[in-house]
Design a binder for this molecule. Sequence first.
Ligand code: 13P
Ligand code: SF4
Length: 315
Amino acid sequence: MTSTKNTSSKTLKKEIEALKKEKGAIILGHYYQKGEIQDVADYIGDSLALAQQAYKIDAPIVVMCGVYFMAETCKIICPDKKVLIPDASAGCSLADSCNADDFRKFIEEHPGHTVVSYVNTSAAVKALTDIVVTSSNAKKIIESLPKDEKIIFGPDRNLGGYINSVTGRNMLLWDGACHVHDRFSIEKLAELKRQYPKAKTLAHPECRKQLLILADKVGSTAALLKFAIESEYDEFLVATESGILHEMQKKCPQKKFIPVPAEDSTCGCNDCNFMKLNTLEKLRDCLRDETPEVFVDKSIAREAIKPIKRMLELS
Ligand code: 13P
Ligand code: SF4
């Protein structure tokens, strides 16, 4: 069946390919993007892989198909490149839960602490940070610090609490959360577990503790994908943003992936409305018009690059 929607997305994909060639642009895409965007990206990955990829890019234009803090991180890593994002209003509730002025006050109120920030933060918060981490490397990086080091961890209380529980640390946590991961329904997960007794539960560490204790595997999007690929099991309940199911299903066509719904879900899943703001049409326009472009204040970028580099060295 050839629907209008299919025809137009086919045309858009062709236009995107042509513009990419003409401009020598590279498209980076996060696993939470719409499937059709992941399919036209040159590289897809989790936050860590995208930051690592940004370091290797040899192209004048980079389009970050993700949310704004990801594009900012890319611009901080590649200051000489033109960094674009299809929709500049693609924010992040977790990054927004940590305002730089309030975070500075919090740090001042707790002197003598090493400041570790999750990558889901604004450039201004990164500039106040000693080491940036992602969900892929947070455990490893915290474990690399001396046992008695006093640590402030922001902004995600769920990820921070999880890292405390697996490392035995007692990091001081900023009280922030992601509106997607904080809202998975424990009751609906329990119901799915009854319905699919053989299924393994995969969960992102941004989920609440009550959900994480029900999971068979806790990890970043890349870690959950790897687990699904390598696992001998073939049914999975997935408690992270539903975009990841696209790559899981592509890599494991014979396996079954069931999204865990949000408490108030109407779609039976849990989507990040910010991630889903990017569309093929906006991506085509952004490549064609070279806007919206992402800028980071130079003095902030000078400070913010230091904890990002520390993270990449420790990863
Ligand atoms: P990853 O680090 O797994 O890519 O997660 C990013 C994110 O935004 C989770 O909500
Ligand atoms: Fe931010 Fe949550 Fe969306 Fe990830 S899923 S980008 S943490 S709002």
